[in-house]
Design a binder for this molecule. Structure first.
Ligand SMILES: [Zn+2]
Length: 53
């Protein structure tokens, strides 16, 4: 389960403090194909994209 920001549509972990108001999503959007697409600090705990997807 992830959180998508309703302001800029960036994707965050469910526990992210930065995202503010967001909507829960169960799958990563198709546009997200690597860790580079996930710019928020909340993803820093992940070493590889495979851990997330
Ligand atoms: Zn975040």
């Amino acid at each position: 389960m992830y959180t998508m920001s309703t302001s800029d549509f960036s994707v965050h972990t469910r526990d992210c403090d930065e995202v503010g108001s967001g909507m829960p999503i169960s799958d990563l959007p198709d546009e997200v194909t690597s860790l580079d697409d996930l710019e928020c600090e909340c993803w820093s705990g992940f070493d590889s994209f495979e851990e997330i997807a």
